[in-house]
Design a protein around this ligand. Sequence first.
Ligand code: ADP
Length: 703
Amino acid sequence: MFKFLKHTGPKTKILFVAFILVLVPGAVISYLSLQSVRQKADNLRITYNGTVNLVRDKLENEVERLQSNLLNSVIEQPPGSVEADSLEEWISERESENPAFRHLFLSNNERGIITSSLSLAWNDIPGTRPSVNPDAATFFNMAENAEFISKDYPEAIKLYREALASASSSRERALILSRVGRCYIKQRDYRKAIQEYEKIIAPGNNEITIGNVPAQVVALSQIADSYEALGAYEEQYNATIELYELLLDRPWDLANGEYLYYLSSAGEKISKSGVSTNDETPGENNIRDLLTREEKLLEEIRFIRLIDRDILPEIESGIRQGSSSELQSHSISRELNDSIIKLSYFKLPATFQDQQLQVLAYQFDNDYILSNMFPNILASVELGKDVLVGILGTKDSLLYIQNNIPVSEYLVAGDFTGQLSGWKVALFDPGGRSIEQITGKEKLLYLILFAVIIAVMLIGIILMVRTVVHESEISRLKSEFVSNVSHELKTPLALIRMFGETLDSGMVKDDADRRKFYSIIRKESERLTHLINNVLDFSRMDAGVKEYNFRKEDLVETVRSSLETYKYQINDSGFSIESELPGEPVMLKIDRDAISQVLLNLLNNAVKYSDEEKYILVKVWKDSDSAMFSVTDHGMGIKREEIKKIFDKFYRVSTAETGETRGSGLGLTLAQHIVEAHGGRIDVESEVGKGSTFTVSIPLGGN
Ligand code: ADP
């Protein structure tokens, strides 16, 4: 299967297997944990949907309950049974009993729509054509002739005043006064005109109309215009405000455009008057309030007109066709100015027919639902701290949010049905996160955890593999060492024995030869001693029991005497040895024997690893804080990558490069150990084919 591993080393194989052993379960674990995160997101979504459904059901039930409360309150107290002066008042009572609803209205066969505040009371305004009683009529008609045909205004005023004397009702008086005022205006006598109109604005004249416009409205608007003509702007402004308030307080025939005309022109004049709308004048005079009232009123008027023209005919045709059963609520929705108007209604039972009442219609008061009902219900639902409930309207606009905390994206949402259809219940995360973001953190945590586990496992495996490889390398080196050492022992022993026996036999007669044999025996036994010393020292060092005997010595002297001892052997091997030793002593604390052994080992190596150029240079010197000695040869040199290994125990550069040179692989290990025990270090500079320099530096240690 893994053919490519055939030619790789054991280290790579082990690493490969370890990788597989770590990565496969790692991948499985990470897959499973990601899967569990996904599962968690699904579970979260299910839980959230459950909460949404719960909240939605509660809200819908509450809406249903409020609706049946309204129905009961209507059925149990029909208009005739309670003390209410008018249907308007009866509706107003139902509205205050049921604050969740607004725009309650009745449809009356004769009067059309009746609401608590507005009525499209066409019939309420009597006689649309101005008329006076017969006594006054003669003067009135003559006055009109003078005003319109001969345009003799003083004459007209005189005749109107005659007619005024015979006026029989305040309605007639108001009419005639308004004519007098008009003539003054035509004469540009505004002061007098104002005087006449002011007579009309008496409190008793509330119900009076001129034509189909309330007399007070006519009077106030003329007064305001007159003040404007006089340049008396403050008075004009005050009169306009008075007019505006009157219009807002007492809307009249809405089916006719005149009311809206008066209202909007008064509103415009006030807005344009330049008086700051932020001006906090107290009470009803607060212009901002008035303008908002106008806005609301206009909205209500638009609403009622929509119902009157569009919705009511639909409801009535439904009732006529019998498709609307009694006391069952129906819903109708219409679009008005970009918003959806929703209306519910039910057919009133037969008991209401006496009063020609067919239908009761109503709207849910969204403001009440959002600011009163929802908060109360949500307070009763156990939601937990980690979510907020909100209500979304059309196009997901946020209508309500718990605790007014700003939110963005919702987690889940559920549509309302029935009365609240078009709205949604939505859950939000207080921190604005989505479900993915909520679980994302956990996902990231899993991934990091996984990466850490994998990294730790891999590091462990690499360390383990390294140790195993190192151990096996050591054991290989050890067995090599044993064979090396036995060979190293055997050669000198064989020579000593051979020359010893030769001498012993007495066959060597020549003195020179005998001396040569003795010298060989001595040299070989020295080699033997050296080797055995190294091995013994190493085993002491390895066992940690090597002891040093530090004394203040002269390094120059130590090196010189070691050289003396060894010089003979070196020269004998055909080497020329040079030394550069300082004239004065270099004193420092050393173990003299140990340092001699270091030098000996270095010299020994220089001899062993040189072939053609047999040259050795030994130097001793010092600087401010260390004493140094070095051994330089012009031998085979050491490869760069071998340099860091040659100090390892048993390590020997392979024989292919060093030839048949034998050794134990302990010389440099021992040398380094000794130098380090002196607090110093050994450095090597070497170039293959050119030679090497081993430099030992030992700190002077303040001596
Ligand atoms: P040994 O000489 O017994 O093999 P050492 O620990 O003294 O063990 O040396 C380790 C290795 O370092 C040697 O096998 C040899 O290859 C290399 N070496 C040491 N000194 C020299 C030198 N002067 N020139 C070239 N190679 C050297």
